[in-house]
Design a protein around this ligand. Structure first.
Ligand code: ADP
Ligand code: MG
Length: 587
């Protein structure tokens, strides 16, 4: 005789109405996330994820967890059915990722789903087949211990939602990224991910977080990360941060986990930037892979249906303590100028926002500048005047006096109009971009030693389709191994000294460009060239007077001298009258 048990209960209305409601299945990666969470909650230590056509045709997740009885299997797909909470208050004492009892119900209502599940103590398993929420069959079957959920044809019965799915390419990157996150959060679980029968990655159980990170992220980077830990009565934390030299061009290596739950958090993110304050060049981002553990009573996970955000009871306290733990670990390079901090910050913030918004072509530049001014109220007080063609002529060809360099970034000129500032990196990027665009891409610089670049699987997936085009633009790159690129030559026009550094930054830039352009508005070639030009620009260069003259005359020759290829301004002007106002000489 077999013993049946039910653990799952349907939550009564007074409980489920208090749980953050909302659709959580909007793309295939959401299904993957919910199913992985269920497998983790079931105590699995082996999880296999298989997707076909970026999960649009099939998502199959197999675990070796506790499995479900036949009764529970039938209950599991019902709305508000959960074994994880019985009372509302239980959500303040959660040791599981799930608690809403909604994921399976949502998934089965928009797909053809089969769940096979077997508990260890049972000789046989059971399977349930559900199409568009209708139970087609429930039957006994032979099965391994654990659960397999197979989701076919997601959104086949909701064409409007199907339409919202992006290309396979984009959805696949999201899936890989999702699995990467859980693989980082749960080092004691082995994960395998297959996409269209290709093994994307496979990681074995380990007790060592750094090992796990190395397997998922770029190995060379992980070796250089600085470990930190902190512990007091309220919470404990540990994680990995970057030395300042290893700052990144994007935020993809900022990952935060609270009680192992991957989350996004403004305050933790802010904390990280504050810890690095004055240490990073403008526009660079620190790495921070941070694990926080605290008493579940101190967090509220019920503020957002996807459980991606949590509310901390002692947010400020955690922020302060974490910052104090991290800051001494960073090697400081204080920037020389503290001049007009407010002014600097507002500009920084604006350029941050522009950088976030990468889909900006040169044609949209005028619009951008307007938006730029609108957004930066503080900046507007100073009434910056973006130079017109005439102004540039004056600057380039008439009498200007070079005054010097500010913050190793801005070239200062006295001009007929007052004070003119040139962002030397933005300007160099513009010049290089136009040179590159106008070159025939034929002349290459052969590398003495090929450079091999390891990428994390989701970045590799993002970059892979670009390789052919990269090769047409004067590079010689090949795919090598499971997720690395081998560089053999790079375009001569880029005139790079530190090739290794260039190659790293180029690919980092490209990944950012790709990820911020999900709608694929920016042509691939444009993304590659912008990324390469940005990477080739030397940062924090001290320029000689003749370098400055060369830069200005080359900029003057550009077709679109007023913005860098990303739409940031290259030149701005502060009129004497504005300065006089600032000194209260004028009203
Ligand atoms: N892989 C699995 N192994 C064992 N039980 C599972 C698995 N997936 C789902 N279940 C059961 O089904 C229930 C409903 O799952 P779900 O709809 O995701 O809600 P929740 O995870 O919020 O409880 C879970 O509470 C759990 O009891
Ligand atoms: Mg769940």
């Amino acid at each position: 005789m077999t013993v049946h048990s039910t653990k799952i209960k349907i939550l009564p209305k007074e409980i489920y109405t208090r749980i953050a409601a909302g659709e959580v299945i909007e793309r295939t990666a959401n299904v993957v996330k919910e199913l992985i969470e269920n497998s983790i909650d079931a105590g699995s230590d082996e999880i296999v994820v298989e997707v076909v056509s970026a999960g649009k045709k099939l998502i199959r997740i197999t675990d070796n967890g506790c499995g479900m009885s036949k009764e529970d299997l039938v209950l599991s797909i019902k709305p508000h059915a959960t074994s994880k909470i019985y009372n509302f208050e239980d959500i303040y004492n959660l040791s599981t990722l799930g608690f809403r009892g909604e994921a399976l119900a949502s998934i089965v209502s928009v797909s053809k789903t089969k769940i096979v599940s077997k508990q260890k103590e049972e000789p046989l398993g059971n399977q349930i087949l559900v199409y568009a929420g209708e139970v087609i069959s429930v039957s006994e079957c032979a099965s391994n211990d654990g659960t397999t959920v197979e989701v076919k044809d997601l959104f086949y019965n909701t064409p409007a939602r199907l339409k919202f799915l992006k290309s396979d390419y984009t959805e696949r990157i999201h899936i890989i990224h999702t699995v990467e996150e859980y693989a980082i959060a749960y080092k004691n679980i082995s994960f395998k991910l297959y996409s269209d029968n290709d093994l994307i990655f496979s990681v074995k159980k380990t007790d060592n977080v750094r090992e796990r990170l190395k397997e998922i992220l770029k190995k060379s980077i992980v070796d250089e990360l600085i470990y930190f830990e902190y512990k007091d009565k309220v919470f404990d934390a540990y994680g990995f941060i970057s030395p300042v030299e290893l700052s990144q061009v994007n935020k993809t290596l900022q990952m935060f986990f609270v009680n192992n739950r991957p989350i996004t958090s403004r305050s933790i993110s802010q904390m990280l930037y504050d810890a690095y304050k004055d240490s990073l060049p403008t526009g660079r981002h620190p790495i921070g892979i941070i694990f926080l553990n605290l008493n579940p009573q101190m967090i509220d996970v019920n503020i957002h249906p996807t459980k991606r955000m949590v509310k901390f009871e002692n947010e400020l306290y955690i922020y302060e303590k974490l910052k104090d733990a991290i800051r001494p670990k960073i090697k400081h390079q204080f920037s020389p100028t503290k001049f007009s901090a407010e002014f600097k910050e507002s500009v920084q913030q604006t350029s941050e926002e522009i950088k976030e918004d990468r889909n900006i072509s040169n044609v949209q530049q005028d619009f951008l500048l307007e938006k730029n001014l609108d957004k930066a109220d503080k900046v507007q007080e100073f009434k910056f005047e973006y130079l017109t063609d005439d102004n540039l002529n004056k600057l380039g060809l008439e009498n200007y006096v070079y005054l010097g360099q500010l913050n190793k970034t801005y070239l200062l000129f006295e001009t007929n109009n007052g004070l003119t500032l040139v962002d030397q990196h933005a300007a160099s990027e513009r010049i290089l971009y136009e040179k590159f665009m106008n070159s025939n891409f034929l002349s290459s610089q052969k590398l003495l030693f090929p450079i091999n670049l390891e990428l994390k699987p989701s970045d590799y997936e993002a970059v892979k389709p670009y390789v052919d085009l990269i090769n047409q633009l004067g590079f010689e790159v090949s795919i090598s191994g499971r997720s690395s690129l081998g560089f053999y030559s790079i375009p001569s026009v880029l005139n790079v000294d530190d090739v290794r550094d260039f190659v790293f930054r180029f690919i980092e830039n490209l990944v950012s460009e790709i990820k911020s352009d999900e709608k694929q508005k920016v042509p691939s070639k444009e993304k590659i060239i912008r990324s390469a030009c940005r990477a080739a620009i030397k940062s924090s260069d001290i320029l000689t007077l003749s370098d400055v003259e060369k830069l200005i005359s080359e900029l003057a020759k550009c077709e679109q001298p007023f913005s860098c290829p990303h739409g940031r301004p290259t030149i701005l002007n502060i009129e004497i009258s504005q300065i006089e106002k600032m000194f209260l000489r004028r009203k």
